[in-house]
Design a protein around this ligand. Structure first.
Ligand code: MLT
Length: 291
């Protein structure tokens, strides 16, 4: 890729693991979208949170088990995907369908973390036939309350005034668990670099989209595919009790807690997260969707 819009911090975090293919596609409105593609087998779409990019999933792409193909897009407005409006959650869901069409996958396991979970739920609501199974990580179904919407507006103003590094600084304490923050300065620094690389346009678009997102609670009982709910034991933004409520709303959903991790559970404890994800994906019944 030569069209990145990221600063030095982004480039420092940018080296893709061996064997990862980076490619682009055009969405149905012509917007250019970037994605990483690794491995072969059952397709899993990895949907990043706020304000991240496909690079958030590098630890998973670096250690994919045999039989799994990972597709990790940059949501439009992030990484190397064009920030063409609208930057709504529904638009992101439609972009995932464009990605599946582009790679010739009819149905995929969709794994979304936090904001990525909001997108996964929007995808289920809009295009359930494209979802083979769901992994909802460190996320929630409910909408923002009045205080939450006010915090989004304050963060929009901060992003416009001071840029993405200032936004990254406000996100760090909530995003990473206590164990990571106290014991792993290198992991904290790499995470901060990832967040600081987000373009302001993408940050603002995502904040407004999350502020205005509908309550997805009524969608939960409609979910009719195998579902795994994952959460970091030290997640303070979507705590274990929230994950428990999410799992309880979905028939047959299983909850797994990742020890020693906060809200960015897959980044903080990649081996434990990937093991849960892989076990879930490889245990799905055989289907024509198997790659
Ligand atoms: C995320 O990690 O994507 C955010 O915590 C989501 C949010 O702000 O609601």
């Amino acid at each position: 890729m030569s069209e990145g819009r990221e600063g030095d911090a982004g480039r420092a975090a940018a080296a893709a693991p061996a064997g990862v293919r980076t490619a682009t596609l055009r969405a149905d409105d012509g917007a250019r979208l970037a994605y990483d593609d690794a491995g072969a087998g059952r397709a899993v779409v990895l949907v990043h949170g706020f304000p991240q990019s496909r690079r958030y999933w590098h630890p998973q792409l670096a250690a994919l088990p045999a039989g799994v193909r990972a597709l990790a897009p940059d949501l439009r407005g992030f990484g190397d995907s064009e920030p063409r409006a609208p930057l709504s959650l529904d638009r992101h869901a439609d972009d995932l369908v464009a990605l599946l069409d582009h790679v010739g996958v009819a149905r995929a396991v969709v794994c979304g973390l936090s904001m990525g979970g909001y997108v996964a739920l929007a995808l289920w609501r809009r295009h359930p036939a494209r979802v083979r199974a769901l992994v909802l990580a460190d996320t929630r179904a409910g909408a923002d309350d009045a205080a939450g919407r006010a915090r989004r507006d304050a963060l929009v103003a901060l992003a416009r005034r001071e840029g993405s590094a200032a936004v990254a600084d406000t996100q760090l304490a909530g995003s990473l668990g206590r164990t990571t923050r106290e014991r792993e300065p290198a992991r904290v620094a790499a995470f901060r670099a990832l967040l600081s690389a987000a373009p302001v346009e993408g940050i603002v678009g995502a904040l407004l989209a999350m502020r205005d997102r509908p309550d997805a609670t009524a969608t939960l009982p409609t979910i009719a595919v195998p579902t795994l709910v994952l959460v970091g034991a030290e997640d303070v933004l979507t705590p274990v009790d929230e994950a428990r409520r999410l799992a309880a709303g979905i028939v047959g959903a299983r909850l797994a807690v990742i020890d020693g991790a906060g809200h960015a559970s897959s980044w903080e404890r990649p081996a434990a997260f990937t093991a849960e994800l892989a076990a879930f994906v490889l245990a799905l019944p055989p289907s024509p969707d198997d790659g």
